[in-house]
Design a protein around this ligand. Structure first.
Ligand code: AMP
Ligand code: ZN
Length: 471
């Protein structure tokens, strides 16, 4: 499989440390609020990568942390812990909000059919591992104590900026928050491994350590959790592009200093989901969550399809218009699959070339749009329905669009009960159509009418409002 590697910014063949096996690590969510659909774009594309690797025949072992301590509001190590800020906002304890938003995160993942990684480790459960790692870094001379904190000394490295080819734009995303100088640092790029002192002394969770009562820095979490669960050699490390600098740069610095050898061969970064005004971020209070999409009548899997339609290495602009297009495409696709005759035996020989084409698309830097094209072409091809159903189900191991079951629901003959998610979507479209009409926005009203027609909805306008049924 070829994947773009952020270390070289080139498409490179993935060569696992142990043939046939992939050790994969993902930076998990900081659980101080709901994940927005931008965060979920990253988790969704990582999920597709994991499933594509399994489809290729690799044995994948995947670990992810849950950041429930140490992620500060500033990349300059001078901010407040995001968890503490979240807890204060909700008048709850840090552990209460951590549990609540961890559960909410996995509930959203389930709706998007994102598989839970094999290992999920909250940072607060791995404090001893962090302390051990920091102790070794001090012993080896890569870390120093200053003003009560332990810092990593980036001057000890020949090459700190490993993602050398990164564009200035990517780096700018990495240092998104206003960075205030921390006077204890010997070098500007040094970072905290363990805090006992910060401007904000209200830290709720603190642990004993050889350097005093304190708490870990964010970066050490991922290195220690990865090494503990996946060993000294990692094949793929994933995350959103804003994590490349400083988070992943610091992870590499401390992991390689600790291990004494190269750590991870492939860095897989997902470009951001943006809206018209720029990056969608949690701290700016974005209200674009899976629940919001559902309230507006969208099936979360329409969002999954929306993400699959574009390449992970390109920024993706979100708008409800483009989500409508994806929702339409999803509806049409599932109706098409639902219309395939059931019960026929698949012709596995005839299926093989299609499976190969599907693999080829994924092996080409996870070309999910290409993989979808293989699905569409296959549905149009001269194959019997049994083979088409078999292949749709087979591809769904990676796409996870629930193709056969959704097809079943979508193809229910008119007159039978309308699936609730479809009914909610139709109601939402009608509501938007009414608003568009009221605002005399005829192009928008027409576009919604076309969408309703594609869903086979017949609308009758009455004095009591619009009434509808399926054709
Ligand atoms: P956080 O919960 O803030 O630690 O972020 C969780 C993941 O979402 C990280 O891998 C981020 O890089 C990623 N992320 C944050 N914002 C976006 C966005 N707008 N689009 C895609 N991924 C994002
Ligand atoms: Zn991380």
């Amino acid at each position: 499989m070829q994947l773009t590697n952020s270390l070289t910014m080139k498409k490179e063949e993935l060569v696992p440390h142990e043939p046939g096996k992939i050790k994969m690590y993902t930076c998990g969510p900081t659980v101080y609020g709901y994940a927005h659909i931008g965060n979920l774009r990253s988790y969704l594309m990582e999920d597709v990568l994991e499933k594509a690797l399994r489809y290729e025949g690799y044995q994948v072992d995947r670990a992810m942390n849950i950041t429930d301590v140490g992620h500060l509001t500033s990349d300059g190590d001078t901010g407040e812990d995001k968890m503490l800020k979240g807890a204060r906002r909700e008048h709850k304890s840090v552990m209460e909000i951590a549990q609540f938003y961890t559960d909410a995160f996995f509930a959203d993942c389930e709706k998007l059919r994102i598989r839970r990684p094999d290992t999920v480790a909250p940072a607060t459960g791995c404090i001893q591992e962090f302390i051990e790692m920091v102790s070794v870094l001090l012993e080896k001379g890569y870390a120093y104590l200053a003003g009560g904190n332990v810092y990593f000394d980036t001057a000890k490295l020949e090459n700190y900026y490993v993602f050398g080819n990164q564009s200035a734009e990517d780096l700018a995303v990495g240092v998104r928050d206003s960075v205030e100088a921390d006077g204890n640092k010997r070098n500007k790029t040094d970072f905290v491994l363990w805090f006992t002192k910060s401007k904000f002394d209200g830290q709720e969770l603190k642990w004993d350590s050889p350097w005093g009562l304190g708490y870990p820095g964010w970066h050490i979490e991922c290195s220690a959790i990865s090494i503990k669960n996946l060993g000294e050699y990692l094949d793929i490390h994933c995350g959103g592009i804003d994590n490349a600098f400083p988070h992943h740069t610091n992870e590499i610095a401390q992991s390689e200093a600790y291990l004494g050898h190269p750590w991870c061969g492939h860095w897989f970064h997902i470009l951001h989901l943006n809206d018209a005004s720029g990056k969608i971020s949690k701290s700016k209070g974005a209200k674009l969550t899976v629940s919001v999409l559902e309230e507006k009548g969208y099936d979360p899997l329409s969002y999954r399809l929306f993400c699959l339609q574009s390449h992970y290495r390109k920024p993706l602009v979100f708008s409800f218009e483009s989500l409508d297009n994806a929702a339409n495409a999803y509806q049409k696709l599932t109706v098409r699959i639902g219309g395939l005759a059931k019960g026929g035996q698949p012709d596995r020989e005839a299926a093989k070339p299609w499976q190969e084409k599907f693999k080829e698309a994924l092996a080409n830097d996870l070309n999910t749009a290409g993989a979808l094209t293989v699905l569409y072409d296959m549905l149009k091809a001269d194959l019997d329905d049994g083979t088409k159903r078999f292949l749709a189900d087979d591809f769904d191991q990676v796409l996870s669009l629930d193709l056969l079951a959704a097809g079943e629901r979508a193809s229910q003959p008119a007159g039978e009960e309308v699936p609730p998610e479809l009914a909610a979507r139709i109601e939402a479209l009608l509501e938007r159509r009414a608003q568009a009409r009221q605002a005399k926005d005829w192009p928008a009203a027409d576009a919604i009418r076309d969408e309703l027609a594609a869903l086979r909805v017949v609308v009758k306008d009455t004095p009591q409002g619009a009434q509808w049924h399926l054709e």
